[in-house]
Write a protein that binds this ligand. Structure first.
Ligand code: ZN
Length: 145
């Protein structure tokens, strides 16, 4: 079965601690998963921004809202004239029209998810289908105790 016929795609990019030294799509410290994994409903980027660095511009989107999930570090986020602190545990949803930018005060690690606004019609329990197949950890769960 070729990769295209499988119901999953997997890549390994190694330690995320080295993300700032890597260059992806012409930008340092960024790795876009969409093309690599063949995502069809969202774009996801892994990001690392060194202390003192910042987004080179302010931007908004035509169709997509963004979710920023901050994993570590500290920074200042700008949206529509407001500036606020972001750090580990900060999660921001920004509507497509929001004009945004980011500056790292301490090295920042974050994930950004882009998806088309109003495209989500169902999720989690409304979308999941419980299957009867059993991977090894379910099949052998009594043996593992
Ligand atoms: Zn964006």
């Amino acid at each position: 079965m070729s990769n295209k016929e499988k119901n999953y795609s997997l890549i390994e990019i190694g330690s995320l601690a080295h993300l700032t030294q890597k260059e992806f799509n012409g930008e340092k410290g960024k790795f876009f998963l969409g093309k690599e994994l063949g995502l069809t409903g969202c774009e996801v980027s892994l990001n690392s921004m060194l202390a003192g660095k910042s987004s080179p511009f302010v931007h908004s989107h035509k169709l997509n809202e963004e979710l920023y999930i901050f994993l570590s570090g500290k920074g200042t986020f700008y949206v529509d004239g407001e500036e606020f602190t972001v750090q580990e545990g900060s999660m921001i949803r920004i509507a497509s029209a929001g004009e945004r930018s980011l500056k790292a005060l301490e090295e920042l690690s974050y994930i950004c998810v882009q998806a088309q606004s109003d495209s989500l019609t169902q999720s989690t329990f409304n979308d999941g289908i419980k299957s009867q197949v059993e991977p090894s950890w379910i099949k052998n769960k009594d043996l593992a105790k």
